[in-house]
Design a protein. Structure first.
Length: 303
């Protein structure tokens, strides 16, 4: 059974089609990335998964429980960290987490609350009022709120937006541990290096549709390949290599060229052609494509 099963979900806001037939299956124990530019439909989809919004058509299930007809059970299985900083200013951090536990009928939850606060470096702020916290600390509390009932599925909507490096490292260390222990993680982020480092599989959304869905490594390998950056001390790029140039303006500027290569074995023939043309290489780098390269290609419509 999938941790989250999304079947042909559509959602419109008047003339705007926010989601256009989204279908996804996120397996138990996955660290899954949901990526896309602003307005792609990521937050709308998360709101529907969390039961905060209703799809116009289609279904969403969390561990087999429909988020509409079996909302209570589906919501128990889900922990959501929203993008917005939403908090009650009149309570301390510990009181906030105790109240959140109460929403799920959990009594005597302090040992787990203490553990969550420890892992998110909130222990020193346990008795501080929420309104006295910095933005980064408030975001840590949002994460802690999502985890108080030990949900098997955790959804993180831009959890590190605008926060310091220390929190990012602290958060990912804890979330990665929960993933190793079997929790399913769904992440949306604009930090593509985070998605590449953490996510086993990625879906990319564009204008409310899934335009790419694969393992992170397969996406990088299939779509971008690598790049050979060559700086010439003398000579010119041979005509037979000009079709490999990634940036056409380099042909005009001369001397430094970025050449597309699909595999490492493609490098030697390129070097041989440069030698035969009489070009002398001053510097050379082989750069592996990353998820950002893939993302840009797909969003620009290149496959």
């Amino acid at each position: 059974m999938a941790a989250i099963q999304i079947n042909n979900v559509e959602k419109s806001y008047r003339a705007l089609k926010a989601l256009n037939g989204i279908s996804l299956s996120i397996e138990e124990g996955e660290f899954f990335g949901l990526l896309g530019p602003n307005g792609a439909g990521k937050t709308t989809l998360i709101s529907i998964i969390a039961g905060l919004n209703r799809a116009d058509s289609g279904t969403v299930e969390v561990h087999g429980h429909d988020v509409v007809s079996d909302y209570r059970q589906a919501r128990k299985l889900l922990g959501v960290v929203p993008q917005e900083l939403v908090f009650d200013p009149f309570f301390t951090v510990r009181e906030t987490l105790r109240m959140q536990s109460g929403y799920y009928g959990l009594k005597n939850n302090d040992p787990w609350i203490d553990e969550v606060m420890h892992h998110l470096d909130l222990t020193g702020k346990a008795d501080a009022n929420m309104r006295a916290l910095s933005g980064g600390m408030k975001r840590r509390v949002l994460v802690a709120q999502a985890l108080v009932h030990k949900p098997p599925v955790i959804v993180l909507d831009e959890p590190t937006a605008g926060v310091d490096v220390e929190l990012r490292q602290t958060l990912w260390k804890f979330i990665s541990r929960l993933n190793r222990e079997g929790h399913t993680i769904v992440l949306t982020t604009h930090y593509l290096e985070e998605a590449q480092a953490l996510c086993n599989r990625v879906a990319m959304l564009k204008a409310g549709q899934v335009v790419a869905l694969d393992s992170t490594s397969a996406l990088i390998k299939r779509i971008s390949g690598s790049q050979l950056v060559v700086q010439l001390a003398s000579g010119n790029l041979p005509d037979e290599l000009k079709d490999l140039v990634s940036h056409p303006d380099e042909l005009v500027l001369g001397n430094k060229y970025t050449l597309r290569v699909n595999e490492y074995k493609d490098v030697e023939p390129i070097l041989a052609k440069l030698r035969l043309s009489g070009a002398v290489i001053e510097d050379m780098q082989l750069q592996q494509a990353d998820l950002e390269d893939v993302f840009i290609q797909i969003m620009e419509g290149e496959k």
